[in-house]
Design a protein around this ligand. Sequence first.
Ligand SMILES: [Zn+2]
Length: 298
Amino acid sequence: RFPGKLGAVKAKIHRPLDGTIKTVTVSKCPSGKYYASVLMEYEADYPKSSTLRKVIGVDLGLVDFAVTYDGEKTSKYPNPKHLSKHEKNLAKKQRIAARKTKGSNRRKKAMKTVARRYERVSNVRQDYLHKLSRKIVDNNQVVVVENLNVKGMVRNHKLAKAISDTGWGTFVNFLSYKLERSGGKLIEIDRWFPSSKLCSNCHYQIPELPLDVRQWTCSHCGTHHDRDGNAAINIRAEGIRMLSSSGTGEAYANGEEVRPNRGRKSKVRHSSVKLEAPTIASARVGVVHTQITSGNPE
Ligand SMILES: [Zn+2]
């Protein structure tokens, strides 16, 4: 229920509104749908556990979306292929819209179609990121990622499109809040840590490793490496090192046991809810998140 003219509004809620609601911000999308961004405060007992904690290293890439190493096995998660189909469709709709006369009703209608398509692409991507982050958090208590400074990297035009499409930032965000709620921990290691150039076997650092080299052999110990698998191993090891040297008594590693944050903690976090536009009876349902719903069609 909103104050004033708006009154009661139907909403699709994508995440439980289980905290204390602080503020609600409503915005309208180019496609004519409405979104409400809800700021909630939580006060919760985080799970306490003394069982063995699993630590996983995650290397985010462009060839595979993510390569992980959890101390036992390496897993590769490719970029979702079905996305490219949706993206082609989006590009086609954009071309059609561009041909219509500026200011005409036809153009407006076509632009709306483009906006809907764009939302669908975002939703497919988000769905993938939600599932993958859920899987990782369900099976591990500590997740180590590189601090990517994605914004800085996106300024590099060559990589820009690929990176904004893969949604690294959104993914790390998803990992972060899911871990928080399960009592786990996200560790971000320095973005200048040479995760790819270190031999995970003997720690020899090779001077250079161009982006297109997917496999290499360590000249020092002779170990043959898959580029991203090796990086995931190094990222995990660096995360464990950081935990054990943090000196907060919070964690210790090498026995590879890490304790989660404990006790009562108050957290503020953004959640997003899609509202049905009053004029559109059959507003489509999708997973939304503040970061992407505010985007304009490309
Ligand atoms: Zn080596």
